[in-house]
Design a protein around this ligand. Sequence first.
Ligand SMILES: Cc1cc2nc3c(=O)[nH]c(=O)nc-3n(C[C@H](O)[C@H](O)[C@H](O)COP(=O)(O)OP(=O)(O)OC[C@H]3O[C@@H](n4cnc5c(N)ncnc54)[C@H](O)[C@@H]3O)c2cc1C
Length: 323
Amino acid sequence: MDADVLVVGTGLAGAAAARALAEAGWRVRTLDKGRGPGGRLSTRRKQAGGFDHGAATLQANTPAFAGWLAEEVAAGRAAPWGEAYVGLPGMSALVAGLLDGLDVHWSVAVAALQFEAGQWRAVDAEGRVVGAAPAFLLAVPAPQALALLRASALADDVVPPRMLDALAGIRYMPCWAALLETEPSAIRRLPDPGHGDVLGAIYREAEKPGRSNTGHWVLHATPAWSEANLELDAGTAAQHLLDAFIAMTGIGPEAIREISAHRWRYARPLDVLDPLPLEGHDLVLAGDAFGAPVSADLPPAERAWLSGRAAAGRLIAARQPKS
Ligand SMILES: Cc1cc2nc3c(=O)[nH]c(=O)nc-3n(C[C@H](O)[C@H](O)[C@H](O)COP(=O)(O)OP(=O)(O)OC[C@H]3O[C@@H](n4cnc5c(N)ncnc54)[C@H](O)[C@@H]3O)c2cc1C
């Protein structure tokens, strides 16, 4: 299919942008290196249920985001949980819903971009062109956007050096997350991570609506521990998080069924660029580090969604006939 716009990165930001562009009549092609929808809202599926090992919940502060979440609740893809929302059956359902019916390509890692004769091309590590369109929307974490733009060696008038400098200034907080399966009845009460050095948050999946396996846990390490131990191998990181969980709960080793860990190198941004840093040659960036026309003081997932919508709006506005 010929595309009007190429969207690279379909987490919440890219998926929201892709949906808005498709609703405006654009032919959208999306590429993502992941194996399925979610990005940092991903859900790891297991036979006995899933693990939301990225963001565990979403908070809504703006009427626009709250309105979208209400629609998702009506569509059966989300449920309120206290003052927050969760996806159903997992967080990734929210991203999957946005991408439903679009031209979506998974397991495609874009290694470089080219811009020639008004056409953007995305190229993979083998040099194959994996997508082409006159407009381009890049919705990956800022350090990954910077690496991709640098690897692409685009002309200064396409990607101005000030834009690369701005991206280089965005820092992220990492997070080690562990996916733990215990015997379902091994722990009766949800433990409180308190003020420990290792565990910052503990989620029992079955506490959330639409999940039933009481033996599924997601453990998030504190930002400080994650930062200090970022380069551990996943097995060692998982063992540290499990040790902290065992110390807290007193659960016996016989009740542990499985544990694995995921390193989120870019979990949440510490800096936000506002407004969106680049327009020109129909290239726009989106993601949780990019401002939308609202204050930067928002939960990152909400900002990602808003920035995706805003980025789509900018592309659409750039195509309107000038009067
Ligand atoms: C452990 C954890 C807990 C969190 N808790 C909360 C919370 O409570 N509240 C909250 O608001 N936010 C929370 N967040 C942050 C929230 O998840 C993110 O802000 C949001 O999901 C970001 O969406 P995004 O689309 O900007 O980025 P992402 O979801 O990271 O999407 C980027 C996509 O780009 C793809 N990609 C990257 N590089 C390439 C490439 N070269 N080629 C192709 N595809 C590529 C990736 O596969 C990914 O799917 C949390 C995050 C983590 C990790």
